[in-house]
Design a protein around this ligand. Structure first.
Ligand SMILES: Nc1ncnc2c1ncn2[C@@H]1O[C@H](COP(=O)(O)OP(=O)(O)OP(=O)(O)O)[C@@H](O)[C@H]1O
Ligand SMILES: [Mg+2]
Length: 422
C-alpha cells in the first residue's frame, strides 16, 4: 500500500450499514454517525404542504424536529434494517437506505475541487447479506452517481472481514455485536460461510432488561424514552466475572456498587437504590441470557432472544457467547481450529462495556468475559477487543478502499473488486 495515489487517499470512503446506526465518511479518526432510520412524511398532511416540505423521507439529525407523539413515532419513524438485513420487497425501507446513503455522500462532497470525479466507496454489510442486497446497494450508488456524480467506484465487504482487516489479521474468528444481532464469523482469508452463526441478540436485549430494572425501581414513566434507557445501560451496566458471586458481593456492599446517574440536560437523577446489584444483570444478559435469573423476566413479557435455525440445526437464542463460538469453530476444518482460537476478535458497540475503577475484582470487560466462558468449555483461547469497537467495521472498510487496486474489477464469484461506475 506504499503507493496510494493522492486522489484515492483523499476520496476513499467507507459506509457501515448497522441496524441502529449508519457510519460513514472519508479517512479520519472517526466516522460520522447517524441513526439508520427515516421519518416518512405523510403526503396528505396539510401542515407540511403549507410549510413547503416536499421531501418524502427525512433522514439524519433533522429527524428529531419531526418527532411528535409516541404513536406517530411508531408509525412514521422507520428503521429499514432488521438484524442487519433489508427485506427484498420492502420499498420504503430501500428508499430510506437510498436517502441515508445520499446524505452521507453529499455531506462529504467537496464544494470546489475541479479534480473530483467521485469517491471510492466501500460499503460494509452483514456477512449473511443475500445477493439481492449487494445488487440493491450497487444500484443505489449508481443512482446517486447519476444524479450527483459523486461515486467513482463502489465495492462491498462483509462486516466481519472489515474488522479482521482493521486488525490486520486474516485467520481469526470475529465476533461482531451491534444493536440488533451478534455475528460469529470464522475467517481464513475470506469468511467461512458454513461457520457463520448469527445470534438474534445485541445491545437491544441489554436495553430491554435495563427497562425492566427501571420499572422495578420506580422509573416506569421514563422507559418509553429509548435514548435514556440506552444511556442508563451504558453508564450503569456492568459485566460480572461471575454473576452469582457479583450479586452476593453487591448486596453486602451497597455503597461500593450504588448505581446513580444524573441525566445531562435534564433534572432527572436515576438512583437504583436497593436494586443497584441489578446493574450486573445488564451486562450478563449480553453474554449469558440462559442464566436462570432471567427466566422470571421472560415470563413477564421481556422477549426471549429468538433461536437461530441453520439447516436442520437449532441454536438456542439464549446460548452463551462462549458456547456459540465453539459451535462456530466446530464447523471449520479440524486443523484450522487451533489457529482460529488463537485470535478471537470482539468488535461492535455491544462489547464496549467499561469497568469502573475499584470494581475490577467483580466486573470485567467483554474480552475477559468471553475468555472465561471459553475456558469453561475447555478451550484456551486468546480473546481481544478492538480499540474502538463501534468503529472497527468502518475503519477496516476505509483500509479496503485504499488497498483494492484500480484495475481489480468486481467479480460475482469472488465477491471482491471495484464496481466501476464511470
Ligand atoms: N460503552 C458501552 N457499553 C455498553 N454498550 C454500548 C456502549 N457503547 C455502545 N453500546 C451499545 O452498542 C450498540 C450499538 O453498537 P453498534 O454501533 O456496533 O451497532 P450497529 O452497527 O448500529 O448495529 P448492528 O451491527 O447490530 O447492525 C447499542 O446497543 C449501544 O447501546
Ligand atoms: Mg454494526
Amino acid at each position: 500500500m506504499a503507493t496510494i495515489e493522492p486522489y484515492r487517499r483523499k476520496y476513499a470512503f467507507a459506509e457501515d450499514y448497522g441496524t441502529s446506526q449508519y457510519k460513514f465518511g472519508p479517512l479520519a479518526e472517526k466516522p460520522e454517525v447517524i441513526e439508520n432510520r427515516g421519518f416518512i412524511i405523510s403526503e396528505d398532511s396539510i401542515i407540511y404542504k403549507i410549510a413547503g416540505i416536499t421531501k418524502k423521507v427525512i433522514v439524519g439529525p433533522e429527524v428529531a424536529q419531526y418527532l411528535g407523539s409516541r404513536e406517530d413515532m411508531a408509525k412514521y419513524l422507520i428503521y429499514p434494517m432488521r438484524d442487519g438485513l433489508v427485506e427484498k420487497d420492502n420499498k420504503i425501507a430501500w428508499e430510506i437506505v437510498y436517502e441515508i446513503t445520499k446524505y452521507g455522500l453529499l455531506k462529504f462532497t467537496p464544494k470546489n475541487d475541479p479534480h473530483f470525479r467521485g469517491f471510492y466507496v466501500t460499503a460494509a454489510l452483514s456477512a449473511i447479506a443475500p445477493k439481492y442486497m449487494y445488487e440493491r446497494i450497487f444500484d443505489i450508488h449508481k443512482k446517486i452517481d447519476k444524479e450527483y456524480g459523486v461515486v467513482k467506484a463502489v465495492t462491498i465487504i462483509p462486516q466481519p472481514l472489515a474488522v479482521a482487516i482493521a486488525q490486520k489479521t486474516i485467520t481469526c474468528i470475529v465476533v461482531e455485536s451491534g444493536h440488533g444481532n451478534t455475528q460469529i464469523t470464522p475467517i481464513s482469508r475470506y469468511p467461512i460461510r458454513g461457520g457463520i452463526i448469527s445470534l438474534n441478540r445485541g445491545g437491544a436485549e441489554a436495553n430491554a432488561i435495563t427497562a425492566e430494572i427501571l420499572k422495578d425501581s420506580g422509573y416506569g414513566d421514563l422507559v418509553p424514552e429509548e435514548t435514556l434507557v440506552r444511556m442508563v445501560k451504558e453508564k450503569l451496566g456492568l459485566i460480572p466475572r461471575d454473576l452469582d458471586k457479583a450479586i452476593k458481593i453487591a448486596r453486602e456492599d451497597k455503597e461500593r456498587f450504588k448505581a446513580v446517574l444524573k441525566i445531562p440536560g435534564t433534572t432527572i437523577t436515576i438512583d437504583l437504590g436497593e436494586n443497584s446489584w441489578m446493574r450486573f444483570l445488564i451486562g450478563e444478559i449480553v453474554f449469558n441470557p440462559e442464566h436462570e435469573i432471567f427466566e422470571s423476566y421472560y415470563r413477564r413479557g421481556m422477549p426471549r432472544p429468538r433461536d437461530t435455525i441453520i439447516g436442520d440445526e437449532k441454536i438456542p437464542g439464549t446460548i452463551t457467547i462462549g458456547k456459540a463460538i465453539v459451535r462456530s469453530a466446530s464447523k471449520t476444518p479440524l486443523e484450522l481450529q487451533p489457529h482460529l482460537y488463537k485470535k478471537i476478535i470482539l468488535s461492535g458497540g455491544n462489547f464496549a462495556w467499561k469497568v469502573p475503577k475499584g470494581l475490577e475484582d467483580v466486573a470485567c470487560n467483554a474480552a475477559e468475559k468471553v475468555a472465561a466462558q471459553l475456558s469453561e468449555q475447555g478451550v484456551n483461547a486468546q480473546v481481544e477487543l478492538t480499540k474502538d469497537p463501534e468503529y472497527s467495521v468502518w475503519k477496516g472498510a476505509i483500509v479496503y478502499s485504499l488497498a483494492v487496486p484500480d484495475d481489480y474489477k468486481w467479480s460475482w464469484d469472488r465477491l471482491e473488486g471495484w464496481y466501476i461506475l464511470h
